[in-house]
Design a protein around this ligand. Structure first.
Ligand code: AMP
Ligand code: MG
Length: 428
């Protein structure tokens, strides 16, 4: 047996080393390639908030359905009130929900309330504050009303039929996110039920022998599980249906059982156990459970050990994220990768994290081959935003993050970023 040459050993080592650690954009692209939204379902309007609409919705009516009074007052013929003044005889009163029965002819007016249909013949409404009914009138019908408006022009205080939307026009397009406004619009156009992409389900699992829940007093060597509640809040805010599976200790049996449970959801978000420590067992357990690794490690700081894979089950692809355990790393990885994935699964068209350009108010020396996402605060000054870096003490320092509203992005490489440099920030 010939001895293995030094060169061969070096070459093998080189091959074994991941020479092409992904950068953030490449990793995100891979995540999004696997994040396909499920088939739409029909949901009632009251359950649709936050979901993406899966159909174009057309108006089934003209809106408004009739020429409509925009104020309480009198429907008149503008031609009767040259100069804005005059006296008219009231022929009827029409409140919202009622239908006028009289045509307005010369010298006549209809007392009308906001929203009510404009009677035929009228072409303007004078607001009630610019009118006075004759004292002697005991009944509105037949009474004389004195008009004293600055002027009365044809069309004033009237919203014409279909001014807002014509019957058959598209009100909302597939892909739009249903917020409160869209819920109101859908109701206006008769859609008590819509086709929408269901909320993705997310299971959370914190892993680590050292972890105890928030309501426990840590014994020596222990820390509290801050990732669980933080990730639950992030996933919830991203519109997911969240199940928090709590804490699993670092042994294969416990991890297997808990992760198996997590894999019943669309997305499993695990934290901890994906680095190079002796008890970082998560990737091996995932492999044994049939989860296929898509990538492990990203050129990112904090968050380099991020693990991502998928599992095809029941004709659906489950996504699995193994976030590094340090809370700031977990947060950054969630923002950069999990949130866009959840948005994509939810059928949203705007999946990328929210970014903005801003000028540095603090200088920064960038080093190394990983992009840095540095906790910072954003100030708006007119059209310009400036970004102030926080005195951040690394991946475990969640306390400093409480003051942050964004992450300042510095690309890989060795470079000094002087004050005033325009950089990208990711909004939190
Ligand atoms: P790991 O990724 O498991 O190597 O953990 C890295 C660091 O993050 C360690 O100091 C852990 O104690 C800490 N850590 C792991 N999980 C959590 C968690 N759920 N909450 C707070 N800190 C954690
Ligand atoms: Mg750990």
């Amino acid at each position: 047996m010939s001895p293995v040459s030094r060169d061969a050993i070096a070459e093998r080592a080189l091959r074994a080393r991941p020479t092409t650690m992904l950068d953030v954009a490449q990793a995100l692209e891979l995540v999004l390639q696997h994040a396909r939204s499920p088939a739409p379902t029909r949901v009632s309007l009251s359950r649709a908030l936050g979901l993406a609409l899966a159909e174009d919705v057309r108006s089934d009516i003209d809106s408004p359905p009739h020429d409509k009074a925009l104020v309480d007052g009198y429907a008149v013929r503008a031609a009767d009130l040259a100069g804005g003044t005059g006296e008219l005889r009231v022929v009827e009163e029409v409140t919202a929900g009622a239908v006028p029965t009289h045509t307005i002819t010369q010298g006549a007016a209809t007392r009308i309330m906001t929203g009510a249909p404009i009677p035929a013949g009228a072409d303007a409404v004078v607001m009630v504050e610019q009118t006075e009914l004759h004292d002697s009138a005991t009944e509105v019908n037949g009474a004389i009303v004195k008009i004293a408006a600055p002027k009365v022009t044809s069309g004033q205080n009237i919203l014409p039929r279909a001014a807002s939307m014509k019957r058959g026009e598209i009100v909302l397009r597939a892909g739009c996110r249903i917020r409160a406004i869209e819920a109101g619009l859908l109701a206006e156009f008769g859609r008590a039920e819509v086709s929408a992409i269901p909320r993705p389900s997310v299971a959370l699992l914190a892993t680590g022998n050292e972890l105890v829940p928030a309501d426990a007093t840590p014994a020596p060597g222990q820390i509290r599980n801050s990732n669980g509640p933080m990730l639950a809040a992030l996933a919830d805010a991203a519109g997911a249906d969240v199940t928090d599976l709590g804490i699993a200790p670092d042994n294969e049996a416990s991890l297997s059982a808990a992760i198996r449970d997590a894999l019943t959801r669309d997305v499993a978000v695990l934290s901890g156990g994906v680095s190079a420590g002796v008890l970082d067992l998560v990737p091996a357990v995932l492999a044994r459970l049939g989860v296929e690794q898509v990538f492990h490690k990203v050129r990112l700081k904090p968050g380099m050990p991020l693990w991502f894979g998928t599992l095809e089950k029941d004709n659906r692809k489950r996504l699995v994220f193994g976030l590094p355990g340090n809370p700031v790393s977990s947060l950054v990885c969630f923002e950069l990768f999990v949130k866009p994935a959840l948005r994509a699964l939810a059928g949203r068209s705007d999946v990328a994290h929210d970014t903005r350009a801003a000028r540095l108010a603090t200088e920064h020396q960038q080093r190394g081959d990983r992009a840095t996402y540095w906790p910072a605060t954003l100030q708006r000054e007119g059209n310009e935003s400036t970004v102030q870096l926080l005195g951040w003490k690394g991946s475990a320092d969640l306390a400093t993050l409480a003051a942050a509203d964004c992450l300042a992005v510095f690309p890989p490489g060795t470079e000094r970023f002087p004050v005033g440099t325009t950089i990208e920030v990711v909004l939190l």
